[in-house]
Design a protein around this ligand. Structure first.
Ligand code: NI
Length: 246
């Protein structure tokens, strides 16, 4: 570990005593961040992001804007902007009356969502495929192309959800469709978290293409098989992610 700590020694504990009984100490994290990137926002965002993804800032940790501004030696505006970017990556939540809090995500929470997805999505896809139109297929193909060129993990999760919902949308069971979308949205947080940590290779675009092709050909069984594999792959990716994270 390079000895940058000295330069940062002036900044010590952040967070008021009594805030959940512990002070938030960012000085070591800031020292390890190794020099300031181009902008104050990027400095705050990259440092916090690394700390969250490595578990140094565990789920549930409150992140007060005043504390962060003081710790990083920047004004409130870049802190706010950095927090917004972290929220888009599903790394933090804005909780009413509490402010920004590190997102609590867990292996068991992820497994739960995958089990629900596996129960709902094949059923809704099966009902939807016979009623999908050329316009639906075209929209789904556009969304795949958009995902291919989208650099922003936050947008990618959104596109992924819209792609899936396009294929499910003709199921003719509004409550089933709404329930499916709710759980895809819950999954989105994990997907974004994982994309932020691992990059875009984890999106399984081949599955998306295979699913669309099968649906287009009216091959309901083939599409369902691919969807199951798609969800299983996502589930094992996230399990591996948590195992690695230790
Ligand atoms: Ni997908």
């Amino acid at each position: 570990m390079p000895k940058r700590e000295q330069a940062q020694r002036t900044r010590e504990h952040v967070g008021e005593p009594g805030s959940a009984g512990r002070a938030l100490d960012l000085s070591a994290l800031i020292a390890e961040a190794g020099g300031r990137p181009r902008t104050a926002t990027a400095f705050v965002e990259t440092t916090l992001r690394a700390a969250i993804l490595t578990g140094r800032l565990p789920g549930g940790t409150p992140l007060r804007q005043e504390d962060l501004a003081a710790a990083f030696g920047v004004s409130r505006m870049p802190v706010r902007e950095a927090l917004r970017q972290l929220e888009a990556q599903a790394l933090i939540d804005f909780v009413p009356h509490k402010g920004a809090v590190v997102t609590d995500i867990s292996a068991s929470g992820a497994a739960d969502i995958y089990a629900i997805r596996l129960a709902l999505e094949p059923a809704v896809l099966e009902r939807s495929i016979p009623h999908l139109t050329e316009a639906d297929f075209a929209r789904a193909a556009d969304l795949i192309a958009e995902m291919d060129s989208e650099p922003d993990p936050a947008r990618m999760g959104d596109l992924n959800r819209r792609f899936h919902m396009t294929l499910y949308g003709a199921a003719g069971r509004p409550k089933l469709i709404a329930l499916t979308e709710t759980h895809l949205t819950a999954f989105d947080r994990y997907l974004r978290f994982q994309l932020a940590a691992k990059g875009r290779s984890h999106l399984s675009q081949d599955d998306h293409r295979d699913m669309l092709d099968a649906a287009r050909q009216g091959d309901t069984e083939g599409a369902i098989r691919t969807l199951r594999r798609h969800i299983d792959t996502a589930a094992s990716n996230i399990a591996a992610f948590f195992a690695e994270k230790g």
